[in-house]
Design a protein. Structure first.
Length: 206
């Protein structure tokens, strides 16, 4: 559907699929030029119906699709439909960690992803060894030592407005994740943070 992207990730016999709503993953193999997939694990976020339909379509299109790779271009054909994909590093280069406004899209806890509540916005901006945080209610920040695959957060200081309801819960969960050493990865315009208290999924603001 317009204004969405389908992302396929292949590695170590595993395929990852993102079609605009949920994340799917499972085993795959190429047999006689055809993609074979095993049972898929998927997150269970509720999205707008067109995105849910796109998730359902890609999950039925991929098994049995004919596969060909030419340089940076992957072509899959199934049932008279052709899907052409370009290597992400060419189509969507990684955004820089520092200087980008990262908007919190959702949370991960105990292997389960959940989206941000409606009406609440939270952002992180990294610069010169620090992070500036808008936690959905209060604002502030603290130290953030950036390494290749991790960020080590120092104490986060925030203003002291009372935060009730969804905004208060968002703030609590964000601050819990931003404590100590947290694994970090950037894929195109997405930043993933995973720590002892769970994880954050963020996207770069336009």
């Amino acid at each position: 559907m317009p204004d969405t992207a389908i992302t396929l990730t292949f590695g170590d016999g595993q395929i990852g699929i993102a079609a605009g709503c949920n994340q799917m993953s499972g085993r795959y193999d190429i047999v006689d030029g055809t993609l074979a997939t095993g049972p898929m694990m998927t997150t269970e976020m509720a999205c707008a119906e067109p995105l849910m339909a796109q998730d359902a379509w890609i999950s039925t299109f991929l098994p049995g699709a004919a596969v060909s790779l030419d340089g940076d271009t992957l072509t899959l054909t199934h049932g008279g439909v052709t899907l052409i994909a370009t290597d992400r590093r060419i189509a969507r280069p990684d955004r820089p960690l520092e200087g980008t406004t990262w908007v919190v899209d959702g949370f991960v806890a105990n292997g389960t992803a959940s989206s941000m509540p409606a009406g609440v916005t939270a952002t992180l901006v990294f610069s010169a060894g620090k992070v500036a945080l808008d936690a959905g209610c209060n604002t502030g920040g603290g130290p953030a030592a950036v390494a290749d695959t991790s960020i080590t957060f120092g104490p986060i200081g925030l203003t002291r407005m009372a935060c009730a309801g969804p905004a208060g819960e968002v703030e609590r969960r964000i601050v819990a994740v931003l404590a100590g050493e947290v694994a970090s990865t950037i894929e195109a315009d997405a930043l993933h943070l995973r720590g002892a208290a769970g994880g954050l999924d963020l996207r770069a603001a336009p």
